[in-house]
Design a protein around this ligand. Structure first.
Ligand code: CAA
Length: 277
């Protein structure tokens, strides 16, 4: 299948089973406007649906992963504007108003809806919506140059793409509050100490992400998908529910050929040949 081309996103295959999606709106430091975001969302979904892909990397440029939602696009939006859009769909398509209105922001969560693991490779600025985008990834790697923050308070708003919720879960209340209420930008070292990222050598963040992605892509896809789903459940369920969910998935994997093959290969001291079935 021919690779689709996108205006604001580059897609490549740096290694078998690995899709590399590079945000490419350099003039605006990869600020995320509606068209850019649609490209990201479609490229991610395309990679997720491609059976030859085992893991996806999302990256930006050396200077910026993404400097946030596009402020110039947002600046004239008002609450009246939003309610007008919603009202329009309600009148024009009453039966689908619900889908339209909820879909309006649903695309933002695209990464969390993918089955394949996503690795964010962050260099330079990951601010506002840029950090929120990275926080949706399953694994975060960062260059020493990375600068992370939620500076929305300086614009008279708050993070709107999950920043307050994901940071609070990830780094705890006080640190999340400090980022959200002061807009302070933290460097890669502090982000690593807080457990947000793993820092790699300058200039090697994409290479490191390709290594991790290739490693993941070399495993059985069903087990990888189940592992991702189970870890993500930890952020949404109580411990008791999460443990039950994990056990059910674990049991279900015993119905796969990959489980038979993986355990047979171990016993026979050979490499497993995954069939992803
Ligand atoms: N939106 C639109 N344009 C942006 C942008 C953004 N978020 N960030 C940078 N740009 C543009 C700049 O306007 C500038 O364009 P022009 O050359 O046309 O003026 C270009 O990118 C380069 O930026 P700077 O000249 O400002 O570069 P710098 O090195 O001096 O500063 C920076 C870099 C510190 C990242 C600074 O650009 C900055 O503070 N950007 C805004 C960061 C921000 O507030 N992000 C949060 C956005 S709100 C949000 O994301 C809401 C949400 O939760 C969903």
């Amino acid at each position: 299948r021919a690779q689709r081309e996108y205006a604001n996103v580059l897609v490549s295959r740096p290694s078998p089973g690995v899709a590399l999606i590079t945000l490419n709106r350099p003039k605006a430091l990869n600020a995320l406007n509606a068209v850019h975001f649609q490209d990201i969302s479609e490229a991610m979904k395309e990679a997720d649906e491609d059976v030859s892909v085992g893991a996806i990397i999302l990256t930006g440029s050396e200077r910026a992963f993404a400097a946030g939602a596009d402020i110039k696009e947002m600046k004239d939006k008002s609450c009246e504007y939003l309610s007008l859009v919603i009202e329009y769909f309600r009148i024009k398509f009453p039966e689908v108003a619900e889908a339209y209105t909820t879909n309006f922001l649903a695309d933002w969560e695209v990464i969390t809806q993918l089955k394949k693991p996503v690795i964010a490779a962050v260099s330079g600025y990951a601010l506002g919506g840029g950090l929120e985008l990275a926080l949706q990834a399953d694994i975060l790697l960062a260059a020493p140059s990375a600068q992370l923050g939620q500076p929305e308070v300086n614009l008279g708003v708050i993070p709107g793409g999950g920043g307050t919720q994901r940071l609070a879960r990830l780094v705890g209340k006080s640190r999340a509050m400090e980022l959200v209420l002061t807009g302070r930008i933290i460097g890669a070292d502090e982000a690593e100490r807080w457990g947000i990222v793993r820092v790699v050598r300058e200039g090697s963040v994409v290479d490191e992400a390709v290594k991790v992605a290739s490693d993941i892509a070399s495993k059985g896809r069903i087990a990888v998908g189940a592992g991702k789903e189970a870890v993500n459940a930890a952020f949404e369920m109580s411990l008791a529910e999460g443990l039950r969910f994990e056990r059910r998935l674990f049991h279900a994997l015993f119905s796969t050929k990959d489980q038979k093959e993986g355990m047979a290969a171990f016993s026979e001291k050979r490499r497993a040949e995954w069939t992803h079935s």
